[in-house]
Design a protein around this ligand. Structure first.
Ligand code: GRG
Length: 303
């Protein structure tokens, strides 16, 4: 890496703190408010994208980029782009037409702070700006790499990924799903963006197929473990910790990993998935220590 993000021996807590600081500085630059009446939509985009979240997806991008010595500027552009897509998904997920939620990251949701139409537009603005960022020569000098990033994020965020998963999630409120269908839903809804985040470093580095496949395997297991941890927090966590209403899934009568497996088996399943995720990283030897720590952090988190 031309300018190192963090030392090889960095702890997950330090890497997470550095990720928040650096990603937010890039988001601040990319989402500068222009003069003119359209400034309102920029204010709403900034309100959500810069609100206090874990920046887990940027952390995965930066940690995977660090494995290959990718230039810091490239990695940070992709980290900001993925966080924009994530923020868009949360804004739209909170809308009255979807989860109808008033609280996100400990603050009023976008449609409460602004209004519904502005919240829809803020989500649209973040989604489209993310692709503008990936297509920018600042992100990578090779147009083929930029095109691959755009295609991979579009596939992860679109109807075959997150949007499709959200569609199935809405259907699941009215129609019971079995564990296989829920696994597929979650792989699409949250797993796809997590997988893109983990693979992004390999795409930026034009890494060999074998190295990329290992990151995909890691992400595959990490994504499900993350979701099980989220389901557990929905039952066991508090709104003060998560910054969003808890108990929403149970109240909606929605089947989750926890409602089907029970708390103990769900927790055991998450632990098993983390062991599997970490095993995929063997070929990276000690270079992947941060990604191993991130995996443990994901299941032990309280927010
Ligand atoms: C509306 C197209 C569309 C998609 C929405 C991701 C999603 C799909 C909805 C979010 C609902 C939700 C609570 C899903 C559970 C997993 C998840 C994405 C949690 C939030 O992500 P974190 O924990 O949040 O990384 P922070 O706030 O830390 O960024």
């Amino acid at each position: 890496m031309t300018e190192t993000l963090w030392p090889d021996s960095v702890s997950v807590d330090d890497a997470a703190a550095i990720t928040v600081r650096l990603t937010d500085a890039v988001l601040d630059r990319l989402l500068a408010v222009p003069p003119g009446l359209e400034s309102r939509v920029y204010e709403a985009m900034r309100y959500s994208a810069l609100s206090p979240g874990k920046r887990l997806r940027p952390l995965l991008v930066l940690a995977s980029a660090r494995l290959f010595g990718v230039a810091r500027r490239s990695a940070l552009q992709v980290a900001a782009a993925i966080e924009m897509v994530h923020a868009y998904s949360l804004i739209h997920d909170d809308l009255p037409a979807m989860d109808d939620s008033d609280l996100r990251r400990g603050r009023p949701t976008s449609h409460k702070q602004f209004d519904e139409a502005t919240a829809v537009l803020a989500g649209d603005g973040l989604l489209t700006t993310a692709f503008e960022v990936l297509a920018d020569p600042d992100t990578h000098g090779d147009p083929a790499v930029r095109a691959e990033l755009v295609a991979a994020l579009a596939a992860a965020a679109g109807a075959a990924g997150m949007v499709g998963g959200q569609m199935i999630d809405l259907i699941a409120e009215k129609q019971p799903l079995d564990i296989g269908a829920i696994t597929r839903l979650q792989r699409m809804k949250t797993g796809a963006l997590i997988a893109f985040s983990c693979e992004a470093g390999a795409i930026l580095a034009k890494a060999a197929a074998e190295l990329r496949l290992a990151l995909r395997g890691y992400a595959h297991d990490l994504g499900l473990a993350f979701q099980i941890a989220d389901d557990l927090l929905d039952i066991e966590g508090s709104s003060a910790e998560t910054g969003k209403p808890v108990g929403a899934d149970a109240a909606a009568g929605k089947a989750t990993f926890v409602s089907i497996l029970g708390v103990e088996r769900a927790r055991a399943q998450a632990e098993l998935l983390i062991k599997q995720a970490v095993a995929h990283l063997d070929l990276y030897e000690e270079r992947a220590e941060l990604l191993r720590q991130v995996a443990r952090f994901v299941v032990n988190r309280r927010s």
